[in-house]
Ligand binder design. Structure first.
Ligand code: NAD
Ligand code: 6OH
Length: 498
């Protein structure tokens, strides 16, 4: 291995070695695991897995940055300048970030260029703006003597925050939590998914170049249970944990964090429903559902996996969706226009298990349901066909469980009350979509859906100021805008008798 400056990446056998970033420099271990492209199974990088001692050192570095270093005394203006410099630093290396995200995920270049990396940049700029313009709560309180009292609220950082991210939108979902954590003056231990360590490692270099002081941003590579993820969640020196990932992992983290009664923010799984009323424009709705079901190969927490269509439109809608799904088939679509692979062979095995299960449970496979054949290196990748089913009962596993692949089940319905009951009958509650041109129905139905987010006649239209998160198995708390600042800061109410 060779390496010169503390933030220069090492190489081994011509491939980058992705290091841990602790106290302002990369640290390597001999415990390397491969970063594998799901396009063709090729190794794209080696990743140095951190150990418990490194987590410990990172916590100490973070604590030191807060208590003795400049970050703990930083002004809002200094933090805003750092956030803007980070955004500018990613932008200056835009193509490198795009290539790294694609190397890890195989996702399509259009998605990466228009959503993943730009949204990663936007998160830093957005929270820089928000913290600049944030005001403070205050109340004038009546008292018996008539003089009154003034209450006002101050904020301080929570401290050292553990940020644990998933693989589906790696830079985007990491920065969604990092940016507000840093804006509020915290120090961070970040763990990207073991499947997608690349852009986070580039980000460590950007942080150093942006002048973020050592110890403020620490990056640790590794796995979940029995590895770095668990070590972060159990560490007594971590003051709060923010996590995006599977609901079952959320349960494990709650157990690990319970002894310290740590504040938790969880953005977890979904089994998101969509309702298409007969008054909707069938092509518009089919375009929208094709996007919400198949974007990023269905690996979006907000993705639609179950669709309910009012009976008069059912057959036309199913055919319209079938045409769109077939056009996205990776083996048949024009290069660059079909869906990419799933994240890994392990995830593909899980998704294909559901493809089998649907058939065993009596589904009619409208399209897809298998593995595409390319006749080239992509046959070693993790591709599946975009799949549409009909005919399953509401209690079928494929209608109740999160699959996280390019799938959706379409069922007919007859009345508004009936469909609301079926959409709301879910262990999850993240997002829903309603397609209708009836204004009063849109408001009425949206107000009765039990999810954190409801879209009407659109999907993934996100304003970063709005609350983001879900109910039930979909999470705890909300992030977005002021909700993020509430999680990443502690408030003190000061009451002054006048
Ligand atoms: P995952 O839960 O398997 O892993 C997420 C992260 O947690 C990874 O970094 C992993 O290493 C770590 N981890 C795993 N076990 C851990 C443990 N015991 N302790 C600490 N850390 C642990 O999730 P994933 O497969 O990477 O992502 C897909 C899931 O994420 C889906 O369920 C999806 O719905 C969900 N997701 C939710 C949102 C949302 O905002 N609600 C957004 C994106 C993804
Ligand atoms: C979950 O997989 C996607 C979340 C995306 C956003 O919060 C966003 O605004 O880009």
């Amino acid at each position: 291995m060779s390496g010169h400056s503390p933030t220069q990446m090492r190489h081994l056998d011509g491939l980058p070695v992705l290091g841990n970033f602790i106290d302002g420099h990369f640290e390597y271990t001999d415990d390397l695991f491969p970063d594998i492209s799901p396009v063709d199974g090729r190794v794209v990088a080696h990743v140095a897995q951190a150990d418990a001692a490194m987590v410990d050192r990172a916590v100490r570095a973070a604590r030191h940055a807060l208590e003795a270093g400049a970050w703990g005394r930083s002004t809002v203006a200094e933090r805003v300048a750092a956030l803007r410099a980070i955004a500018g630093g990613i932008e200056a290396r835009f193509e490198e970030f795009v290539a790294a995200e694609i190397a890890d995920t195989g996702k399509d270049i259009h998605h990466t260029r228009t959503i993943d990396i730009p949204r990663g940049i936007a998160n830093f700029r957005f929270f820089a703006d928000l913290i600049t313009t944030m005001g403070s709560e205050s109340y004038h309180t009546d008292t018996a003597d008539g003089m009154g009292a003034l209450n006002y609220v101050t904020r301080r950082p929570v401290g050292v925050v553990g940020v644990i991210a998933p693989w589906n939108l790696p830079l985007l979902l990491l920065s969604w939590k990092l940016a507000p954590a840093l804006a509020c003056g915290n120090a961070v231990l970040a763990k990207p998914s073991e499947e997608t360590p690349y852009t986070a490692t580039l980000l460590a270099q950007v942080m150093a170049d942006a002048g973020v002081p050592p110890g403020v941003f620490n990056l640790l590579h590794g796995f979940g249970a029995g590895s770095v993820g668990e070590a972060i969640t159990r560490h007594p020196g971590i003051d709060a944990i923010t996590f995006t990932g599977e609901s079952a992992t959320g349960t494990a983290i709650m157990h690990a964090a319970a002894p310290g009664v740590k504040p938790l923010s969880f953005e977890l799984g979904g089994k998101n429903g969509a309702i298409v009323f007969a008054d909707a424009d069938v092509d518009e709705a089919a375009d929208g559902i094709a996007r919400s079901a198949f974007s990023n190969c269905g690996q979006v927490c907000l993705a639609t996996e179950r669709v309910y269509v009012e009976r008069p439109l059912f057959s036309r809608f199913v055919q319209a969706l079938r045409l769109r799904a077939e056009a996205l088939s990776p083996a048949r679509a024009a290069p660059g226009s079909g869906i990419g692979p799933l994240i890994s062979q392990a995830h593909r095995a899980k998704v294909l298990g559901y493809y089998d299960r649907a058939v065993r449970d009596g589904a009619e496979v409208v399209c897809g349901g298998g593995v595409p054949r390319f006749g080239d290196a992509r046959d070693s990748g993790a591709f599946v066909e975009p799949t549409v089913w009909t005919g399953l009962p509401d209690d079928a596993a494929c209608v109740r469980e999160e699959i996280f692949g390019p799938v959706c089940h379409v069922a007919p319905f007859d009345t508004e009350d009936e469909v609301l009951g079926r959409v709301n009958d879910s262990p999850y509650g993240l997002a829903a979509v309603v397609w209708t041109n009836d204004l009063r129905r849109a408001h009425r139905v949206a107000g009765r859906i039990e999810t954190g987010i409801v879209w009407v006649n659109t999907w993934f239209l996100r304003d970063l100021r709005t609350p983001f998160g879900g109910i039930r198995l979909s999470g705890i708390g909300r992030e977005g805008g002021m909700r993020s600042l509430d999680f990443y800061s502690e408030t003190t109410n000061i009451c002054i008798k006048l």
